[in-house]
Design a protein around this ligand. Structure first.
Ligand code: C2E
Ligand code: MG
Ligand code: MG
Length: 565
């Protein structure tokens, strides 16, 4: 076995000896005391008390059969009916041959005959029974992850518990290590390569654990759990993995995240400890500056806040707490900027927390699919709004709405949208669809299909946040899009960073080459505006013109537009 905590020297398991005769207790006790913590009970009743108090500690019970108050059979009967206690092995101490069959039937694991024979033999039997029972617990589960040779998850949890049990005072850390966008690693470099990376990480983890107490498993595809004696730093682990990855041909770009719950509280259960580590790990999502995060109590509070928002969403939808704001887009290809469209952006007017920005609640809803409910709501509000403007003002512009990745998995998406438009007497030309770029990079084939279906119905597809994260040029070539929305981060730097400007220019040229117009988002200054105009950007959206505003305010812009035309 590969447990790194030493089983023979440091770990002293607990043994209970139950016998009503003093001399028998003393005899057996003296044989075992060097190797075990020995507890004693003088009858069945007392034995059950001791067992219940030390259930998680006891490795074996040596049980006499003939005792006053409550005999050995009765004790076994009680143990047998208890889900937890029945797993503690019982060795029957008996002078009677006949009792063996009956005890076996009641679940005894072994016998030691009275009067006691050679101490070595007795010690060997006790040891064997403990080994057997601990092994048996684990053999039933798939013990190892085939790919990496680390433990499987269920096995890992049990072993981690055992580690706690035998080192109750050891300060320990629960650690989760995860590969960012592992599916992309598989997609870009191939599955075999993905497997190699996992094996490599497992190997570095093993090296890191060597020499200290601890164990590791692979949980899901690309997630590793470590439970180990407290470490001041996990940089060395990260570093050694990164170094090994860098040696791979082609210097693949792979990002790791490590979430740590340091010096765990031992009175919360193992799985919870890892959910704390996971909370920490999740804070690193999309964070390209930090690779290691620690759990602290504010994370727990945040997680409670998140849970609250998740619980509230249905009520919020029913009670119209979500508001749609509109941010104008201006076409700047002519002499004067012309209002040509707007983006619908959702806000939550929460009765208790006040106005909440989408950045706070959207990621929560994306994780569990609730975002679809919200999107449907926003699409409906938007359609209703366009119809109202059409009827009351006699003028309107097409509005783009955001479409989440999860929406695209809905095979009825196109029909849903068409029905909605029908209901408000609109056409697919009136509502543009913004898909965030990460949606494209996930499960490409299926998404290309649904996007193509939407385009066939006449919807205009805008690729949102282009250039952020994991875009690739060849992806763009195969992607059905009508418009590129340049990620805001580029724009923010074009005035002072020549590289950012060149980058934007490059994307513009490329977009021109594939004949797709470009929208620049997040334009805040006149300087940025001028530069973008210079490199032939088509449409601009940003605070330079306007923040997202309520429908009423947007109306004024529409009327102005009408007047100017
Ligand atoms: P996005 O689709 O890229 O929307 C643009 C975001 O940039 C908006 O943030 C907008 O307020 C902000 N922005 C616009 N111009 C500027 C500027 O000049 N400077 C700066 N600093 N920011 C600017 P918002 O409204 O907080 O929305 C954030 C994201 O939430 C959106 O990014 C979009 O991905 C998502 N989102 C918003 N509403 C919805 C929705 O109804 N459904 C879905 N699925 N996602 C939505
Ligand atoms: Mg958008
Ligand atoms: Mg965007």
């Amino acid at each position: 076995m590969e447990m790194n905590f030493n089983e023979t020297e440091e770990v002293r398991r607990f043994v209970l000896i139950v016998d009503d005769e003093y001399i028998n207790r003393e005899l057996l006790g003296s044989m075992l005391e060097d190797d075990y913590h020995v507890l004693y009970a003088v009858n069945g009743k007392e034995a059950l008390e001791v067992i219940r108090e030390n259930a998680s500690l006891l490795s074996v019970i040596c049980l006499d059969l003939m005792m006053p108050e409550m005999n050995g059979f009765e004790v076994m009967e009680v143990l047998h009916q208890d889900e937890v206690l029945k797993h503690i092995p019982v060795i029957v101490l008996t002078a009677e041959q006949d009792a063996e069959v009956k005890s076996l039937k009641m679940g005894a694991a072994d016998f030691i005959k009275k009067p006691y024979g050679a101490p070595e033999i007795i010690r060997a039997r006790v040891e064997r029974i403990i080994e057997l029972s601990e092994d048996r617990k684990f053999i039933k589960a798939a013990e190892r992850d085939e790919l990496t040779g680390l433990y499987s998850q269920s096995f890992f949890y049990e072993y981690a518990d055992i580690m706690d049990r035998y080192h109750p005072d050891l300060k320990t850390d629960a650690v989760i290590l995860n590969i960012d966008h592992f599916h992309l690693v598989n997609e870009i470099y191939g599955r075999d390569f993905g497997d190699e990376v996992l094996i490599l990480i497992a190997e570095e983890i093993r090296k890191f654990l060597a020499g200290s107490e601890g164990l590791a498993c692979r949980s899901e595809a690309d997630t590793f759990f470590l439970y180990l004696s407290h470490k001041e730093s996990y940089e060395p682990l990260l570093k050694s993995i990164n170094q090994e990855i860098a040696r791979k041909p082609g210097n693949p770009n792979i990002r790791l995240r490590i979430g740590i719950y340091s010096r765990v509280e031992h009175d919360i259960d193992m799985e919870k400890r890892f959910s704390c580590a996971k909370l920490a790990c999740n804070t690193l999502r999309g964070n390209f500056m930090h690779y290691i995060a620690y759990y602290d109590i504010t994370l727990r509070e945040k997680s409670i806040f998140s849970q609250r928002l998740i619980n509230d969403i249905r009520d919020a939808l029913d009670n119209h707490q979500f508001e749609v704001h509109y941010q104008p887009k201006y076409n700047i290809t002519g002499d004067e900027p012309v209002l040509c469209s707007a983006e619908a952006l959702v806000r939550w007017q929460h009765p208790e927390y006040g106005l909440i920005k989408p950045k706070v609640f959207l990621p929560l809803f994306e994780e569990n699919g609730l975002v679809s409910l919200l999107d449907h709501y926003v699409w409906r509000e938007t359609a209703k709004q366009i119809q109202t403007w059409k009827k009351t003002l006699g003028t309107y512009v097409p509005i783009s709405v955001n479409v989440s990745r999860i929406d695209l998995y809905d095979v009825n998406l196109a029909d849903y949208l068409l029905d909605l438009l029908d209901e408000y007497e609109l056409s697919p030309r009136d509502i543009y669809l913004e898909l965030t770029e990460s949606a494209y990079s996930n499960d490409t084939n299926q998404l290309i299909h649904s996007v193509e279906a939407l385009r066939r119905e006449g919807f205009q597809i805008e690729m949102d946040d282009f250039g952020a994260g994991y875009s690739s040029l060849n992806m763009l070539a195969s992607m059905p899009v009508d418009v590129l929305k340049l990620d805001m981060d580029f724009i923010g730097h074009i005035e002072d960073d020549p590289k950012a400007y060149r980058m934007v220019k490059l994307i513009m040229d490329m977009a021109e080459f594939i004949e797709v117009p470009v929208i620049a988002e997040g334009v805040e200054t006149a300087g940025q505006f001028d530069l973008l105009k210079e490199c032939d950007c088509d449409i601009i959206q940003g605070y330079y013109f306007s923040k997202p505003i309520p429908a009423k305010e947007f109306e004024a812009l529409l009327l102005e537009n009408e007047f100017e035309e």
